[in-house]
Design a protein around this ligand. Sequence first.
Ligand SMILES: [Zn+2]
Length: 95
Amino acid sequence: MSVVNAMEMIVRDLFGDFQGSYQLKCDCEQCKRDIFALTLNRLQPRYVSSKNGEVHIKTMYMDQQLQLDVIRELTKAKEIVERNPKHQFPSSRTL
Ligand SMILES: [Zn+2]
């Protein structure tokens, strides 16, 4: 049995747009993964079976309110991660 979290796909997609609009203080993989994970943790997962998943995901993409919720959580997660980055290497951009 395999299910997909449709929310994860939506967040992944909107995160791409988000990075284009709001410059991340640090765009290393660790920070991006943290923002992605934090955002997903705060949103209700929407598991779909692959059989009817595609239709369901398309419907979600057209849901303006859902998109606003995702962007709002991305913004919060970005602030949290930028305040307390977990990346190991010293980065001049985090000063
Ligand atoms: Zn970083």
